[in-house]
Design a protein around this ligand. Structure first.
Ligand SMILES: [Fe+2]
Length: 186
């Protein structure tokens, strides 16, 4: 039987392959698996096909696609920036990008009619803090914990983002912003 560990490895295979440290790669997988188990108000998720955001009406983009897009954008951005002499730690960048929204499985829940709504957990805690908490529990590097916590507006309040955190933050909104505009203009 396919486990959640197998599922995460499969859907993020291209992105996980960009992490050189085997221990870090497994910790990223472990955090994803635990978020899926804890999410949906403790009832768990079988996959990452729920919408990645509830704030754009009618958005159908699955969570798994958003995470892959942000991670791929982050890697491409890093390769351009590195040519300008800006140092980027790829392992930290990819781990942070894959995990930036990993609190969202906890922030959302499924109703009996199959609608995805804000969960009880999500009404108390935003996904940056639950994601950072899960990353700490699994002993991810503190830079990754910081980047998860600061990927959204929480990071605007300081302390300053890391280079990798700044890239993930921008790439997150690079997907969200144009998508929102394109849906609103339909
Ligand atoms: Fe995101």
């Amino acid at each position: 039987m396919k486990t959640l560990d197998d599922y995460v490895q499969e859907v993020f295979s291209n992105q996980l392959a960009q992490i050189s440290d085997n221990t870090l790669r497994q910790k990223v997988i472990d955090v994803c698996v635990e978020a899926l188990k804890m999410g949906n108000d403790g009832n768990g998720w079988k996959n990452m096909d729920f919408p990645f955001t509830l704030v754009i009406p009618g958005v159908k983009v699955p969570f798994v696609d958003h995470v892959r897009i942000v991670t791929d954008l982050a890697l491409q951005s890093a390769s351009i920036l590195e040519k300008q002499g800006i140092p980027v730690n790829h392992d930290i960048l990819v781990a942070s990008a894959i995990l930036h929204d990993i609190g969202k499985p906890l922030e959302f829940a499924l109703t009996s009619s199959g609608e995805v709504v804000k969960s009880n957990v999500g009404n108390k805690l935003r996904h940056p803090i639950t994601g950072a908490g899960l990353a700490m529990k699994h002993e991810l590097p503190f830079d990754v914990v910081q980047n998860i916590y600061q990927h959204s507006w929480e990071g605007d309040k300081g302390p300053g983002r890391t280079i990798e955190g700044e890239i993930v933050h921008r790439c997150d909104f690079l997907h969200f912003g144009p998508l929102k505009i394109s849906l609103e203009s339909k």
